[in-house]
Design a protein around this ligand. Sequence first.
Ligand code: ACM
Ligand code: ZN
Length: 649
Amino acid sequence: MRTMIRLMTALLAISTMAAEPAIVPKTVEMTVNAGSFTFTANTTISGSRELGNEATYLANLINKPTGFLLKGLPEIKQHPADVQLEIDSSLAGLGPEAYTLSVTPRSIVLKGASPAGVFRGIQTIRLLLPPQIESRTKVAGIACDVPDVEIKDYPRFAWRGLMLDVSRHFFAKEEVKKLLDAMALQKMSTFHWHLVDDNGWRIEIKKYPKLTQEGAWRKEIGFGLDPKSSTTYGPDGRYGGFYTQDDIREVVAYAAALHITVIPEIEMPGHAGAVLSVYPEFSCEGKKLSTDMGAGVHASVYCAGNDDAFTFVQNVLTEVFALFPGKYVHIGGDEVPKGNWKKCPKCQERIKAEGLKGEHELQSYFIRRIEKFVNANGKTLIGWSEIREGGLAKNAALMDWIGGAVEGASDGHDVVMSPTSHCYLDYAQGKHGEPRSIGGFVPLKKVYDFEPIPAKLKPEFQKHILGAQGNLWTEYIASPGHMEYMAFPRGCAIAEDTWTPAKEKNYEDFRARLANIFAHFDVMGVNYRKLTEEPKPLAGWKSGETKETFAPQTWDISSQIKDAGKYEVAFQYTGGTCRLDIEWATLLVNGKEVARDTHAGQTGASTKNNVYKLKLDAPVAGAKYELQASIRSDGGTDSNGDITVQFVK
Ligand code: ACM
Ligand code: ZN
């Protein structure tokens, strides 16, 4: 009898326990109770004065799809409001973004360590509401229910972000704001805006109007892309665009309301092609070399021996400082070509005068000189891995894309993680049916498995890892829909990598929770890559197995071939120093060729046309099916990759 009662009590407990709502990034602590709170036309809201923006944000969120106007209650009141927003200083030890959320049928109480914490908590409420809450127009019959929960939540890292390159391809301010909205939904904190590169200058600088009058435009879309893959053309048909200073202020203010800090990046001393095509006097050559800044322009470099080039950069930065209130200014510093400096008398003179040991130290001279200026203006410099070359400037922060995090953090520098291996969202995320990408392979699971603290970093230096971000370089990404497709859901994985305690992470659970994010994205009109089951690799090639000249290789793929129809074969590079080239692929049935696809394909740091289509008209029971392809590795034999086969009917 006692067992029976205990069993019944247990069953009762289970039946009243609701399923855990799907929040991304996963909350630190959540309990779910039966019941829910419902927003109605009579719902009241209260918040202290410093929470005015957050209260307005929540009121707008509810108002748009429902038409309800949440009624404000004064701070000091007889009856507590239904929705209470509060600052709770006892949460401060968990960081400014910590919050607690308590939902019962009668009230929602959201307490934050700061307004940022309250805002992050509102994003949790957003995901607890039905996805139609994202509608900007009225939705008939929307049930504005929030399940009863008790949540305590705070981020693992402060820097949780995405970078967008608007130089290679331009994205209008409204498209950037839409990305910010999607980032806010996942509690991201940092938007790194790559405003300047070889192929276009995108920020108005009043002192140097030619930067945007000329430097923001090029003859063609470039990078071999279909001209129709973008709409950002000027009235004269040239490709490009830029942000006025008012546009920049508008986006920065929009982000600030979402508690997202915007980090501007002004590339130097390399990746300066756009500047030097309009102000060639700041290059080592001193004269215009290129007639257009399309895809053909390779990294150009400021002359480090010319003081006028420093004055120019400092004047630009002075206008940048005034537009971006954040602490950090990113100065690039990556992939600096040293060839010009080697040949340039002014640069060589500088090396001599400053007692530098060659061009590597000239680079660090450049960075340190700029850093002094950045610091004198109350800002902190951040730059890519290479700013360590020749010695890292004193209080600079490092953005690790090709290493340096362990060394930098151990020397006391703050570090943001964005390694190519896990955080490059311009790399392909699937093997079949993907749009052309720059190369590499970073599927969702790889991003999700990312641990921001490098394994070799000693515990006492781990505090220097500020967080991580995904990078959206846009050489092959020209439209907002494509940009969002590359950003999500991998950006959701970055959000969870940087918010959720590592021990709470679980990939299968994350995938299941994405359904809720996707439902919100659908209403927001944000594009994303749907979850698919990738076919398991059947075969592959390994370092040392391929030749440098084309030779056929054969793989048994019998297990994948059943029905008549088309099969797609994808060759996907997974590592090594060499690219794999493919000439043709054939399908053999019991040793006899039945289908062939001949075209040049490649997969590696650059991937192109790496999928082959083979049609099987007549399956043969019990036959041996083989894939044969003519392949070579380019410039050595160190290439690794795998081959997948997918039936496409
Ligand atoms: C980089 O990808 N060049 C930072
Ligand atoms: Zn020079």
